[in-house]
Design a protein around this ligand. Structure first.
Ligand code: CA
Length: 236
């Protein structure tokens, strides 16, 4: 799955160069030239990652990063800081405000793409093309296939995204609201019971190979994909 990347950079030539390279690497890029525009974009839809220039007209990249980290809704967005300043103190400041990585200009586009991949792998694995294997299931985002051993399972597009998110965030309980944000996109006005409908379809799709037990309902909280709980259930 390509990642949605918000690029905040005020120098047109650099913005163009980075955007072209990210697009070539298969990502969707949304651009902003200042923090205020970036803030409006984030309010509309959460990006998978923010590439943030330090020196911007108006509010600086550091101020914008602080704002993102201060708000519940945007706290978890991975941030890579871009800067022309290579001083040690700047790096420390960048990492202190919670940036995930720090790239000093001039950098090679290939290095930047590699850093983005590393941060996404760590912080937003559902936004990468990496295949995931768990509990006897294998999900391959590149080919859109889910297999259990040599059996292919038929999943609709929403069930596929739902399973991808759950497999990349296993053993944790996700509320219906969180699943809507992560799988349907936030600010999408869908009723919470829609989640239940797709969980039901997902379980049906996993039933032929008895993998439906991986998806657990946690009463009053939401849903969880758990290999441990399924194993415990099989043993008892
Ligand atoms: Ca700048």
């Amino acid at each position: 799955m390509p990642a949605n990347i918000l690029l905040v950079e005020d120098e047109p030539a650099i913005q163009e160069l980075i955007a072209a390279n990210l697009a070539r690497a298969g990502h969707h890029v949304v651009r902003a030239s200042d923090a205020e525009t970036a803030q409006r974009i984030v309010r509309e839809a959460l990006p998978d990652l923010v590439l943030l220039d330090w020196m911007l007209p108006g509010a600086s990249g550091i101020e914008f990063a602080r704002r993102l980290r201060a708000e519940e809704r945007t706290r978890e967005i991975p941030i890579i800081m871009l800067t022309a300043r290579g001083e040690e103190q700047d790096k420390v400041t960048g990492l202190e405000i919670g940036a995930d990585d720090y790239v000093t200009k001039p950098f090679s586009p290939r290095e930047l793409v590699a850093r983005i991949k590393a941060v996404l792998r760590r912080r937003a694995p559902q936004a990468t093309e990496d295949a995931v294997e768990l509990g006897g299931l294998r999900l391959d985002p590149a080919t859109h296939r889910v297999t259990a051993g040599d059996k292919a399972l038929a999943l609709g597009p929403t069930e596929f995204r739902l399973l991808h998110f759950l497999m990349t965030h296993p053993e944790r309980v996700h509320s219906r609201a969180q699943l809507l944000d992560q799988v349907w996109g936030d600010h999408v006005f869908v009723e919470e019971r829609t989640v239940d409908v797709h969980i039901r379809r997902l379980r049906c799709a996993l039933e032929p190979t008895q993998h439906d037990g991986l998806i657990q309902t946690v009463r009053g909280s939401g849903y969880r994909l758990s290999v441990q709980a399924q194993q415990a259930a099989t043993v008892s």
